[in-house]
Design a protein around this ligand. Structure first.
Ligand SMILES: [Zn+2]
Length: 229
């Protein structure tokens, strides 16, 4: 690289910081320092069949496999990753973490056999407001490493469940039913779909997506979220 004193001065004044611990990042680190990356509380559920995330869907909707990259608790330093991605416009961190997670997923033949990645869509109005879909960014990272395409057209969100946080779990469930539809059921026929979201809390949004996708003949659906509460 050409020597540029202004660049070096800029780096000195505004160094990139780890989103988790706030320490300065080294040149080869992106968004998260090596120590925090090492300390991420990974679930490793991709290696465990009938894991606790899969059990959450039992009796509700059929999923082939389900996993999350890491556990998070309210107030834990790793919550900052999600906050940075969703509310601070840190788009790159979504793709970066998607890539890290996908490297692990390659250890599981079940996840390696995915044909297409579908992120949980935002309503077009919300997409416009935020400027990006955080789940799609994670999906992009997965797509690069798994070598599978991402489909952002087939699953459509009809409206936003914005009042969700004020409702109890039962009402939330009711509230998400039927908010997604398929724009096209032909292209996904017989495919293994990896449905992607940023965080798994009640699971009601994912369930609503799964229900819409299950209208496709011969479809098999697995679920990936970056974090699980
Ligand atoms: Zn750190």
């Amino acid at each position: 690289m050409k020597f540029n004193p202004l660049n070096d001065l800029f780096d000195l004044l505004f160094p990139d910081l780890c989103v988790v611990c706030g320490n300065n990042l080294l040149k080869n680190e992106q968004h998260i320092c090596a120590i925090c990356l090492h300390n991420i509380p990974k679930t490793n559920f991709h290696l465990i069949k009938d894991n606790p995330i899969e059990k959450r869907f039992w009796g509700k909707v059929p999923v082939f496999r389900a996993t999350a990259f890491f556990f998070f608790q309210k107030g834990s330093p790793f919550q900052k990753v999600l906050h940075s991605l969703k509310y601070k416009g840190n788009k790159e961190i979504g793709e970066t973490l998607g890539k890290y997670a996908a490297v692990d997923l390659l250890d599981s033949p079940d996840f390696e056999s995915v044909d297409v990645i579908i992120p949980v869509p935002l309503h077009p109005q919300k997409y416009k407001l935020r400027g990006y879909n955080q789940s799609e960014l994670i999906g992009s990272g997965l797509s690069v490493i798994l070598g599978k395409p991402q489909d952002t057209n087939s699953l459509v969100r009809l409206y936003e469940n914005t009042t969700q946080t004020k409702k109890n779990v039962y009402e939330r469930y009711e509230n998400t039913d039927g908010i997604f539809k398929l724009s096209d059921i032909e292209t996904l026929k017989g495919k293994h779909v990896l449905l992607v979201d940023d965080v798994l809390t009640t699971g009601s949004t994912l369930e609503a997506c799964l229900k819409a996708l299950l209208a496709v003949d011969g479809i098999r659906i697995s679920v990936f979220t970056l974090a699980v509460a």
